[in-house]
Design a protein around this ligand. Sequence first.
Ligand code: RNT
Ligand code: ZN
Length: 438
Amino acid sequence: MFSETSSKEVAAAYELARRQYARLGVDADAALAALGQVPISLHCWQGDDVKGLETRDEAVSGGGTLATGNYPGAARNGTELRMDAERAMSLIPGELRFNVHACYAETGGERVDRDQLKPEHFRTWMDWAKKHNLRLDFNGTFFAHPLANGGFTLSDADEEVRAFWVRHGIASRMIAEAMGREQGGPCILNHWIPDGAKDSPIDRWAPRQRLMRSLDEMLGAPVDRAFCLDCVEGKLFGISSEDFVVGSHEFYMNYTASRRNARLCLDMGHFHPTETIHDKISAVLSFQDGLLIHVSRGIRWDSDHVVVLNDDLRALFQEIVRGGALDRVNIALDYFDASMNRVGAWVIGTRCTQKAILAALLEPSARLRELEARGDMASKLAVLEELKTLPLGAVWDQYCHAAGAPVGPAWLNAMHDYEEAVQRPRAKAKCGGGCACG
Ligand code: RNT
Ligand code: ZN
């Protein structure tokens, strides 16, 4: 058991911290208010290791997405998934959105293929979101399907396969539009496709031409952009697409810049292993209106480890905050770890993302810019170093406390109780209900 921090303790530590930040010209109250305006989109797929809710007999490929680990207690159906997400969200302060993938459709046992999906198959998600005052985001699922097993979807040479996935893309857009309409604001719809080749394809050209055509068809379908905000996510490589990915970063950079009907999504794990995305923010936003960020953590490859407060994450939000671009980025989590309690994984990654944003908001960026412009590099560096040891934690605790979320590690008590009462018993039962196994 981790003991709770008293309100008095939180307030006293915050008061001291506030004064320390003020000495550097930082208004901690303003930073907290700004953090409260930044929604983070929680991804449904951490709760069940990207399995989805479809029933199928065929073996399907995850298209390079791979959750490893077998910690007990993963959600086995939509009801459990929502329940777990609720538990996680109760342990996180601030505004949250919820990100649903098309393979989490609930069709009441009926087999509905991906190109036939309709808003009604996400009715439960939409009602749940409304009840919990959450806005939804959405994703087409272009993997884990027999027609994706060949390694290609929107760029497949087989016209039937390509057309199927275009229909799926359009169906996803209609669903996102319906979600957006219902919530009175845009649903961020991300399209990621796994298409690529394991080994040196002779023809890298034709698949890219086909992808371009498919995207034009998909994104040309009449959908109200006030409610459905399309994004496209590039990647460097995946398992089984080590040599060639059709939808590479450069492909989508050029696609979004020339067509202007979709935004770019930058996933922190989708570049060369030592390449980070913070330097790309100002480059992209100099030309484009907005950007979707997939907050993730790769270790040696696109491993989608649970996000922690590391230098990459801090640098990313420093760039966004220094550029005054918080309102031009959408922040969505994208990782999946099956080797730990999934509620814990959600909470850790979300709270760390918020901490990184807070750390960036607690920088005296105007003063730092001025020091740099004056050529006073020693002062700039010294202030940056001073900031590293200022009490970020005390300001964060104040944020949690004010939002009614647990302070410090006390949230782990709730996670453990939930694991004992709800998640562990799942490992003993064959099924959580809602399926045909009886
Ligand atoms: C895969 C992409 C993609 C997925 C989700 C599940 O490499 O990052 O965003 O992780 O759509
Ligand atoms: Zn991603």
